[in-house]
Design a protein around this ligand. Sequence first.
Ligand SMILES: Nc1nc2c(ncn2[C@@H]2O[C@H](COP(=O)(O)OP(=O)(O)OP(=O)(O)O)[C@@H](O)[C@H]2O)c(=O)[nH]1
Ligand SMILES: [Mg+2]
Length: 256
Amino acid sequence: MAQWLLQTEQWLRQVEQWVRQQPAEQLYIAIAVVVVASTLLIILHSVNRSKANTIIIAGLSGSGKTILFYQLRDGSSHQGTVTSMEPNDGVFVLHSEVDKKDKTKPVRMVDVPGHSRLRPKLDEFLPQAAGLIFVVDALDFLPNVRVVAEYLYDILTKASIVKKKIPVLILCNKSDKVTAHSKEFIRKQLEKEIDKLRTSRTAISTADVTNEYTLGVPGELFSFSQCQNQVTVAEASGLTGEVSHVEQFIREHVKP
Ligand SMILES: Nc1nc2c(ncn2[C@@H]2O[C@H](COP(=O)(O)OP(=O)(O)OP(=O)(O)O)[C@@H](O)[C@H]2O)c(=O)[nH]1
Ligand SMILES: [Mg+2]
């Protein structure tokens, strides 16, 4: 130990001597280079972080994505939406935060249409995503459980979601109606359906499988808690403006 200390001391003295021998300008240049490089690194890092301010809204056609988008932006549902043909892409301060001075960082929200031909648009926005809201129609859920699970399965197995651990909020929408299914029911049904899909999809020859990652733990029933990224479930009504859980999710992942 003592020998090691002695050696370090000797080494430090050598460095000091060498520094003294160098012309002053060279030292200043070296210091300037270090300062500029670290400042650039810090700026790049913060730009990268601020880039991830996008929240994506996905889900089947008719689940209520566009109404939710308007509700978050304007505090009104703009009754009478038609099925979307283009993504709604907007950067805005959440309507509920317009008056709050300390939480005014704008959020970029992208509502990706549910029509199967337009769904691939999702991939364009995923690299900037800070979170994804998967809207489920809680009224018309059971007849569609299979297709809902298929879309969700595709999302949860995308490399861009798994690798970057993008948090997913499963939003059981239309909770204003008494006949809407509860989030617990929807979670359980989706877990069951995904479990079935997992078995059937791994049975297909790998050439046909486009999914990039596998889900869950082999030999165990699938549950969302097994996902590497955070998957949570909440209820909302875009129509009546009951969207507090959505705003909470957004603020958790896009810091003001
Ligand atoms: N009761 C109730 N109805 C809703 C709610 N949100 C949406 N809807 C209804 O569901 C229908 C579809 O809503 P949209 O927001 O257009 O659905 P979308 O998900 O954008 O559909 P696509 O654009 O086709 O992908 C509309 O008739 C809405 O009135 C809700 O919270 N409660
Ligand atoms: Mg729409």
